[in-house]
Design a binder for this molecule. Structure first.
Ligand SMILES: NC(=O)c1ccc[n+]([C@@H]2O[C@H](COP(=O)([O-])OP(=O)(O)OC[C@H]3O[C@@H](n4cnc5c(N)ncnc54)[C@H](OP(=O)(O)O)[C@@H]3O)[C@@H](O)[C@H]2O)c1
Length: 346
């Protein structure tokens, strides 16, 4: 008898923040692997802000998700059938199953995970795409020098939390920016940043100025909006701005009202000879081996603290995804889709 496969499809394209009507829950038969293929069972699903962009139509660095298609997402899976010489039943792999319980793979792009070395779910965060984005953005573009002042936005999130800790390891003074007092407390007292400022508080601008008396040498940009505008006023000559994301804009349905701030941004970039460079992690896979070596050593030494925010059950993925876009997550947000063998609780 064939296995059933719960899936979540893109039903309609969201206008603004996604709603439940944008998602469709279906149950089909699990796919059957063919010659040379594997059947993967999803254990953990990564929730990523970039999926919001892919729910829209239009040209980007990656194709949009089609209407009726399974929502995209990195997954940690267990191999449950294999006709592939490199993978055995019960292997754990980093895969791209998307928002569904089962998927077939021909093995392309899979990374084997060893549960004896680290919890397998970490491959969706600190040793996965968010960690690599933090590593490449901070080290290769930000080029932090000992003594630099580094500011990181969305500092309590998956990428920002790692980017700031990497800058600390380079001997920098690191200031986080996050959206609640609880997050700021976590960033300073658990992650070891020097300071963290709540961008929603009344005193945000003056607190930022006080926290950066020598200006800002590296601004790791995850959000845009008023946080970018505020930090721009403090950029030092020769500052570097790795442009990782702009989550403040992902749900916009039209350009924000108010005065045009582009002249201020342009002036700051020009007179301070700032390097602002967008990057997409998939272009930097040549750095993955060095990243994994460094990150593994940092984790073993306790130099990097990693926090996961888990939600239970695939059916809760849409609400959790929406919550992440609104700032409800602390650290890397993932969904536990099925129990790992031998585990009984979150
Ligand atoms: N370039 C790449 O290759 C690459 C790879 C991975 C991720 N990214 C980007 O990196 C950024 C962070 O991703 P992540 O996975 O680490 O997500 P995350 O930071 O774990 O979660 C998203 C966070 O964004 C913050 N946020 C939401 N709306 C905001 C607003 N208007 N202004 C300021 N902050 C806002 C919220 O935290 P608060 O409570 O602090 O507001 C929320 O928790 C995203 O922009 C993502 O697209 C880029």
């Amino acid at each position: 008898m064939s296995q059933s496969n719960k899936q979540i499809l893109l039903e309609t394209r969201p206008l603004g923040l996604p709603k439940s009507t944008n998602f469709k829950f279906v149950q089909t038969d699990a796919p059957q692997p063919g010659a040379g293929e594997l059947l993967l069972k999803t254990l953990y699903l990564s929730l990523d802000p970039s999926v919001r962009g892919r729910m829209n139509e239009g040209k980007s660095y990656i194709e949009p998700i089609a209407i009726g298609e399974v929502l995209a997402g990195a997954t940690v899976s267990q191999v449950i059938q294999s006709d592939h010489p490199d993978f055995s039943v019960d292997d754990f792999v980093l895969s791209e199953n998307g928002w569904q319980e089962y998927a077939v793979s021909d093995g392309t792009g899979l990374r084997k995970l060893d549960p004896r070395k680290q919890p397998v779910s970490q491959a969706l965060g600190v040793t996965g795409v968010p960690g690599l984005a933090a590593y490449v953005g901070m080290l290769d573009i930000g080029k932090p020098q000992s003594g630099d002042t580094v500011v990181v936005s969305s500092a309590a999130g998956a990428v920002g939390s790692i980017a700031g800790q990497i800058a600390k390891l380079q001997g920098c003074r690191v200031i986080g920016i996050a959206g609640t007092p609880t997050k700021c407390d976590h960033v300073v007292n658990k992650l070891g940043f020097d300071d963290c400022i709540n961008y929603k508080s009344d005193g945000f601008l003056s607190q930022l100025a006080n926290a950066c008396p020598d200006g800002v040498d590296v601004y790791f940009e995850n959000v845009g909006g008023r946080v970018l505008e505020a930090v721009c006023g403090h950029l030092n000559t020769g500052a570097r701005v790795p442009l990782c994301g702009g989550i403040a804009y992902y749900n916009l349905t039209e350009l924000p009202p108010g005065p045009d701030r582009v002249p201020l941004l342009m002036r700051s970039l020009l007179v301070n000879r700032v390097l602002m460079q967008g990057f997409i992690v998939q272009d930097h896979l040549d750095r993955e081996a060095a990243f994994l070596d460094d990150m593994t050593a940092w984790m073993e030494n306790g130099d990097i603290v990693y926090h996961e925010d888990r939600v239970e059950g695939l059916q809760n993925a849409p609400e959790a995804f929406k919550g992440m876009l609104m700032g409800r997550n602390l650290g890397k947000h993932i969904v536990r889709v099925a129990l790992e063998p031998g585990k009984t609780q979150i």
